[in-house]
Design a protein around this ligand. Structure first.
Ligand code: HEM
Length: 405
């Protein structure tokens, strides 16, 4: 099929209603008909095959800094719009700056470091569940939203009285942050949220310098690698990135995961009967309905993948959602099976920029979902239904109503 008759531009993002409600059938068609798709609408090349996505994400030469992308390309528009002259955050930074920053903060996110937080995560989950006293509620607003925000706020050592501000600031930053079509009101609210966060974090860093504790801000102040330390600006940016990269994504994982269980009652019954399946179940949730639908890189040289030549500075958009359901890798890829033997997925990206918070996200989702199922033995879909949100690159629900009896 000629590429021109395939979906283009917005039609391949959650800003489009059909894609938002079911990206998978659209991505299946794309993988079959044009596994390397030139999206002339948003000036990017979209890769949907598992192996192409893996190879691009692991290529250590490709760039991530949107300032290096050609003008008008997807990366420049979606990620570069917010860039000024200041260095981008770790997610969008190239070497050697990226390696330096990552090595200064990574110790707080290793599996062992995250396991130390697991009892606190369980406490947060129990506290949020105790606050739900009605028989029908929006799972996103009442549970999947608050849990990751409170966990990261506690990890940063922030006073509980400020947790609600965090949720609001973080949501406002992400909503407009990745959307080049954001309205003037959304941009104004994003900028106000960023300014509030910036001032707040600087205050917290000042307080911790006087009195170091057992929290991530104190870890950042203590951190030293190769005789180097983080500057205050880098610490602020890192705190900001943790909120932005960790909150919506983990909320979406919990929401999408619970929805997959309620949509597949036999899988829900299996997990209720044997909660030790939770580790594999969360990996399958990540594979089956990834909270981040695409990541990407910038070509640092002329390349040819799948017979499609691409020039230096072009946007390489890797569809994580499509790669995770590639039938040449996964048997029955569209089946949700919490006992699937091979649940490996690319929902956390790969290579140098592999998600720093992957272990934390896993621990939060495992504890949240087990806690929820134990607390509500009759959890079910509510007739009030669910609505997907429209944030480019992310997949999750704005509201998801459930009943408890
Ligand atoms: C289910 C939840 C999450 C998903 C699906 C997710 C997904 C991703 C993806 C796809 C990337 C880009 C990887 C690449 O391009 O190769 C990324 C990067 C990142 N994530 Fe996550 N993430 C999640 C939760 C978190 C959490 C909880 C945190 C921290 C609190 C976090 C912090 C980061 C950071 C700092 C980066 C940048 C790493 C780098 O550039 O070296 N993420 N994440």
């Amino acid at each position: 099929m000629p590429q021109s008759s395939l979906p283009q531009g917005i039609e391949l993002t959650p800003l489009d209603e059909a894609f938002r409600n079911d990206p998978y059938s659209i991505l299946d068609d794309l993988r079959e008909q044009a596994p390397v798709h030139e999206d002339t609408g948003l000036k990017r090349f979209i890769y949907t095959r598992h192996d192409d996505v893996r190879d691009i994400l692991r290529d250590r030469e490709f760039w991530s800094d949107p300032r290096k992308a050609n003008p008008g390309t997807f990366t420049r528009m979606f990620l570069g719009a917010q860039q000024s002259d200041e260095e981008p955050s770790m997610l969008l930074m190239d070497e050697p700056g990226h390696r330096r920053l990552r090595s200064l903060v990574s110790a707080s996110f290793t599996p062992a470091a995250v396991e130390r937080w697991r009892p606190r995560i369980k406490e947060v989950v129990a506290r949020v569940l105790d606050g739900i006293s009605v028989q029908e509620f929006d799972l996103i607003a009442a549970f999947a939203g608050p849990v990751p925000t409170v966990v990261i706020a506690e990890m940063l050592g922030i006073d509980p009285s400020r947790h609600a501000d965090f949720k609001a600031w973080s949501d406002q930053s992400v909503q407009a942050g990745f959307n080049p079509f954001a309205s003037a009101d959304e941009i104004a609210s994003r900028d106000a949220a960023r300014a509030a966060l910036d001032a707040f974090f600087r205050g917290e860093i000042g307080v911790r310098r006087e009195n170091l504790g057992d929290d991530l801000i104190s870890d950042m102040i203590r951190a030293e690698a190769d005789g180097e330390q983080l500057t205050e600006q880098e610490m602020v940016q890192q705190c900001f990135l943790l909120l932005v990269a960790g909150n919506v994504t983990t909320t979406d994982l919990i929401g999408n995961g619970v929805k997959a269980l309620l949509d597949h009652p036999e899988q829900l019954a299996k997990l209720r009967a044997d909660p030790s399946l939770i580790g594999n179940a969360v990996e399958e949730m990540l594979r089956f309905d990834s909270p981040v639908v695409n990541s990407g890189r910038i070509a640092n040289r002329k390349i040819d993948i799948g017979g499609c030549p691409v020039g230096r500075g072009e946007s390489l958009s890797t569809s994580l959602a499509a790669a995770n359901r590639d039938p040449s890798v996964y048997p029955s890829p569209n089946t949700f099976d919490i006992e699937r033997e091979d649940t490996h997925h690319q929902s956390f990206g790969g290579g140098r920029h592999l998600c720093l918070g992957a272990h934390l996200a896993r621990a939060e989702a495992q504890e949240a979902i087990l806690g929820l199922l134990a607390h509500f033995p009759k959890l079910a879909h509510s007739p009030r239904g669910y609505v997907y949100h429209a944030i480019p690159s992310f997949r999750g629900m704005r509201s998801f109503w459930v009943t408890t009896r």
